[in-house]
Design a protein around this ligand. Structure first.
Ligand code: NAP
Length: 303
């Protein structure tokens, strides 16, 4: 039985692994995709202490290597079932058949991007519609791209695309961006960027590929925006359905916990973006990983 099972190998999960391994605990980390989490798609991290300008990919790789060197066991599978208790131990199984028993669990499953819910969204996904500018931006070199959203992700995506594309539109439902001022100022310094504020994307058009989208203004007027690509960055949603019988989730699906990262189930901790919190940043994900792992390590050692 492993001392600490960690679900998710993003910043929160990998930081938890560092602390748990350094506390001498055995650690098994489940990851459904590639290690590194969301930050892997960030071109440049400018707000992590002492690491200005490092790419998300480089950061994530270093973190992954650090955890591998510390001797944590990685299992690449998506948890499909989890249960148990602190008294009897926890068990989990993956979609590809991986199994694990653990004394304590740290949920660090992160979040995924919210979809628009429009007709044609799935059909044109990968044919003009994308949820990752750093993954797919290069396909639109010299072309026109639109970004939908007004938060840090959307503004960073649009800035990244402004260096690649001939023209970039940023569409946001309000007349003021939610993103940090420094990021907005940088974006607006590009001459090939045009804002489409107080508008939402209301329809998607294309033939084999996306050709345009309909924008609807707050006062109900429609306009067609011709574009080769639409990058959707309208926020994040948790993917915690599998944990709903194990721990308390809030109405939006986040695992309920405070700064101590303790969930409603003794022995189960939560770290990073998937928990209820105000500030979802790399640095707070790392802080959660440490808090959860220190508690899980102490507890598993006492059993
Ligand atoms: P976010 O901050 O939640 O912003 C989502 C944006 O999408 C908001 O502008 C929101 O509009 C809009 N939106 C939400 N639902 C919508 C809908 N149904 N239709 C149209 N627009 C919709 O999400 P995010 O930008 O992905 O960032 C997530 C978290 O990661 C945040 O805490 C952010 O600070 C953090 N992050 C930080 C950095 C960084 O520090 N460099 C980079 C990326 C992300 P309203 O503004 O009107 O609500």
């Amino acid at each position: 039985m492993t001392d600490v099972a960690i679900i998710g190998a993003g910043t929160a999960g990998l930081t938890a692994a560092i602390y748990a391994r350094r506390a001498g605990r055995t650690v098994t980390i489940f990851e459904a995709e590639a290690p590194g989490g969301q930050i892997i798609n960030t071109p440049e991290i400018d707000n992590f202490p002492a690491l200005p300008g490092v790419s998300g990919y480089e950061y994530a790789n270093k973190l992954y290597e650090q955890v591998q060197e510390l001797g944590a066991e990685f299992v690449f599978d998506k948890i499909k079932k989890i249960g148990g208790s602190l008294e009897e131990g926890f068990f989990m199984t993956g979609e590809y058949g991986a199994e694990c028993e653990a004394k304590t669990v740290i949920i660090a499953s992160g979040v995924k991007r919210r979809e628009m819910g429009l007709a044609g969204e799935q059909e044109y996904s990968g044919r003009g519609i994308s949820y990752c500018a750093t993954c797919d931006g290069a396909f639109f070199k010299g072309k026109t791209a639109a970004v939908f959203g007004g938060g840090n992700t959307a503004v960073e995506d649009a800035t990244y695309l402004a260096d690649i594309c001939e023209k970039v539109y940023i569409i946001h439902r309000r007349n003021e961006f939610r993103a940090d001022k420094a990021l907005v100022d940088e974006l607006l310094s590009y001459s090939n960027v045009e804002t489409k504020l107080s508008r939402t994307v209301s329809a998607i058009h294309g033939d084999e590929k996306l050709t345009s989208v309909t924008l609807t203004t707050v006062d109900g007027h429609d306009e067609e925006l011709v574009t080769d690509a639409l990058f959707v960055a309208i926020g994040l949603i948790p993917d915690n359905e599998v944990f709903k019988d194990l721990v308390e989730l809030d109405a939006a699906g986040y695992v309920v916990a405070g700064e101590d990262c303790e969930t409603s189930a003794p022995g189960v901790f939560v770290a990073g973006d998937c928990r209820t919190k105000d500030v979802r940043q790399l640095v707070t994900a790392a802080a959660d990983g440490a808090a959860a792992a220190i508690r899980a390590s102490r507890l598993s050692q006492s059993l």
